[in-house]
Ligand binder design. Structure first.
Ligand code: AMP
Length: 281
């Protein structure tokens, strides 16, 4: 396994693999790898001759009040995981390599970037789309693997690839959860014991919504109300949003019909967690 820091070296390696006709599978991450990331790496390992994992905490997707400084970084442990999982290349450039002085170009995401998380994290998806596009250009993957954990991100990236005619396929894999249902996240390490216990309520609330819908409930307002009540029973929880979204239109729905996405963001103390579930009525 190679640890690559420079764009030039990464691009040269990709060119070499492509010249040999070897498929490149790419897993973009911000490091502090856990089983959620590993599920993406495993799938890439199965499907592609060459697996590249990027580890880069992207400043452009953090707002001024976000946790950029304290975001967990552990390249040593991440390297061990990648080696164990059969990764070929870790691409981990430093900040100046990606955003040199006088960097000027960012991608604008239309209305898709202004709803759900985008409403509360202005500029977040602009940062995500920019880094992902840069990494795609450097690595030239044939396949790129993303998690359903970041549902809106996955939708935006799929759209980006289609809209800008990028020659690769995006694959979105299911959410990997802890035993109590909490979606795995690098940010879970911020939680204290009480917050960690409380956070399991997110999955419980999503499952309850699923049961209500299966039983015939069709009012988004009522489902959100029931979810709010359940989540707010936990002392450390503060809800940022709960939304029921139509997956085709990507707009909030009042009456549930067909396949919908329930997405939420909830703070436990200072830690903001997101989760979601796709439910078919
Ligand atoms: P991050 O390092 O948080 O930027 O995540 C890198 C990739 O891993 C993204 O595509 C995430 O959606 C995905 N990911 C993070 N957590 C999970 C999880 N619990 N299950 C599945 N994929 C995940």
């Amino acid at each position: 396994m190679k640890l690559v820091r420079s764009i030039k070296e990464m691009a040269a390696l990709s060119k070499k693999y492509k010249g040999r006709g070897e498929a490149i599978g790419f897993v973009p991450t911000m490091g502090a790898l856990h089983k959620g990331h590993i599920s993406l790496i495993c799938r890439a390992r199965k499907e592609c001759k060459i697996v590249v994992v990027s580890i880069f905490v992207n400043p452009a997707q953090f707002g001024p009040k976000d946790d950029l400084k304290r975001y967990p970084r552990n390249l040593g442990a991440d390297t061990n995981i990648c080696r164990r999982e059969g990764v070929d290349i870790i691409f981990s450039p430093n900040r100046e390599e990606i955003y040199p002085k006088n960097y000027k170009t960012y991608l604008a995401i239309d209305d898709l970037g202004r709803v759900l998380c985008g409403k509360f994290r202005s500029g977040h998806f602009r940062g995500v789309a920019t880094i992902v596009t840069k990494l795609f250009n450097i690595i030239s993957p044939d396949f790129a693997y993303f998690g359903q954990k970041d549902a809106q991100q996955a939708i935006i990236i799929k759209k980006l690839v289609r809209d800008l005619n990028m020659p690769l396929e995006v694959k979105v894999l299911p959410i990997v959860r802890e035993r109590d249902g909490l979606a795995m996240s690098s940010r879970n390490t911020y939680l204290n014991r009480e917050q960690r216990e409380d956070a399991a309520v997110l999955y419980q609330a999503l499952r309850m919504a699923g049961v209500l819908i299966k039983k015939g409930s069709r009012s988004s307002k009522e489902i959100i109300r029931r979810m709010r009540l359940m989540i707010l029973k936990k002392k450390s929880a503060r809800i940022q949003y709960i939304s029921v979204f139509d997956l085709k239109e990507f707009k909030p729905v009042k009456r549930i019909k067909g396949k919908i996405l329930i997405a939420l963001a909830v703070f436990f103390g200072k830690t903001r967690l997101i989760d979601n579930m796709i439910i078919k009525a």
